[in-house]
Design a protein around this ligand. Structure first.
Ligand code: SAH
Ligand code: SF4
Length: 402
């Protein structure tokens, strides 16, 4: 993330909500440290206080310090003066005929993301979260890829997508059983491995047992194949890995997923084989979008089987979801079934993913917000006016590819 929290300001009780750091994006250790640094809690009590606040924020979902009834009134007031718990605004809600829901969430002026809830996926329902606004990569079949990167989302903004979904689904306090939201997939807008710090912090928060408590085995991170970050992803998050493969040879993958020119298939496969703790209980999901006449022949299905030999894998065949102006067509149903049959015969579970939420442009690869990148000079002027520390440009910050 690129925004620096300046806690010295947090003692200023008159600080506006925009300037008060939001506590919901802090990991447990960072939360304890923030309480101490703000001078509100002595170091020896920080861990205990952090646990108390944690439960209110992440188990009960409160957005108001005054609801924390086991915290003294004076401390509640001081916390409210220094920190923020509020949610970002939901600016649009859409519900598909198939029950899929899409929310457009405004994180800040001009910074909007789409988050999608898909019922009956995973154990009971999956939330597809975004990690960036826009994307630096330009996969030719992806709508998000047509939107320039606006910026990385912060951990708080990633967690906020889960909180908003929970608000909307009425799932506070965190239910032990019969949840509607059981799985998280990082398959919304953006490339999660270009924002690994925030993604890893957000996963620490979402997976914590005394809070939202969605287990790491039910959290999947999908990447287009940023090979140097794979190991760190596994070690830091223990999340399930999904790879957007889409082609079995370099010339075609170079075209569909241009980052392949930098990290070609052989390197990608080596990186995947080294992903920590792979096994039959922890398989890699390979995503393969079915593009008519482009990558959907039986020859390519057989090449896929050869490519994945020895990798504990499952394959998700995704019928291409069209978007306005998209240059491809979805494969015919017969071609998809023939492709799947070859994979099945080779022993791979290869479900064909039923497109969900197509009518509200909520299906895979259809997400795109109206946010456009603000020119750096305009942003700096705005931040100066608001008294905020100037942030480096997310698109050129370390870890981001052009
Ligand atoms: N950037 C990450 C995660 C977001 S994309 C990645 O690329 O993996 C989530 C999935 O949707 C990816 O597998 C992506 O390739 C796929 N996808 C993108 N556009 C699509 C489209 N128009 N139809 C079907 N799937 C698409
Ligand atoms: Fe970015 Fe993923 Fe879309 Fe490619 S498929 S442009 S990496 S969001």
């Amino acid at each position: 993330m690129t925004t620096t929290l300046d806690l010295s300001r947090s003692r200023d009780a008159a600080a506006s909500p925009a300037r008060r750091p939001n506590l919901t994006g802090l990991t447990r250790p960072a939360l304890a440290a923030a309480l101490t640094e703000a001078g509100l809690v002595p170091p020896e009590k920080a861990k205990m206080r952090a646990s108390q606040l944690w439960r209110w924020m992440h188990h009960y979902g409160v957005t108001d310090f005054d609801r924390m009834t086991d915290v003294a009134k004076e401390l509640r007031a001081a916390l409210a003066g220094a920190f923020d718990l509020s949610r970002p605004e939901v600016v649009e809600r859409q519900v598909s005929v198939d029950g899929t829901r899409k929310w457009l969430i405004r994180m800040a002026p001009g910074v909007e993301v789409e988050t999608v809830y898909i019922p009956d996926v995973g154990r009971s329902g999956a939330l597809c979260v975004s990690s960036q606004v826009g994307c630096t990569l330009n996969c030719t079949f992806c709508h998000t890829g047509t939107q320039p990167l606006v910026r990385n989302l912060t951990a708080a903004e990633i967690v906020a997508q889960v909180q908003v979904a929970r608000d909307e689904l009425g799932e506070w306090p965190s239910p032990k059983e019969d949840r509607r939201l059981s799985n998280i997939v990082f398959m919304g807008m953006g490339e999660p491995l270009y924002n690994l710090d925030s993604v890893a912090d957000a996963i620490d928060i979402i997976a914590d047992n005394e809070g939202i408590a969605i287990s790491r085995r039910r959290i999947t991170v999908s990447t287009s194949g940023i090979v140097p970050e794979l190991k760190a992803l596994g070690e830091r998050t223990q999340a399930m890995l999904a790879i957007s493969l889409h082609a079995t040879n370099d010339p075609l993958r170079d075209e569909l997923v241009p980052i392949n020119r930098k990290y070609p298939i052989a390197e990608l496969m080596a990186g995947i084989r080294a992903y920590p703790e792979l096994g039959n209980a922890r398989r890699v999901t390979f995503e393969y979008v079915m593009l008519k006449g482009v990558n959907d022949s039986p020859t390519e299905a057989r090449a896929l089987v050869r490519l994945l030999a020895g990798v504990p894998a499952k394959i998700n065949l995704i019928p291409f979801n069209p978007w306005p102006g998209s240059p491809y067509a979805c494969s015919d149903w017969g071609a998809i079934e023939a492709f799947a049959a070859i994979l099945n015969r080779a022993g791979y579970a290869s479900p064909i993913r039923t497109p969900r939420g197509r009518d509200i442009l909520a299906a895979c690869g259809q997400l795109k917000s109206e946010s456009e990148k603000e020119r750096a000079s305009v942003r700096r002027a705005r931040e100066r006016a608001a008294g905020l520390q100037t942030t480096p440009d997310a698109a050129t910050a370390p870890g981001n590819e052009p």
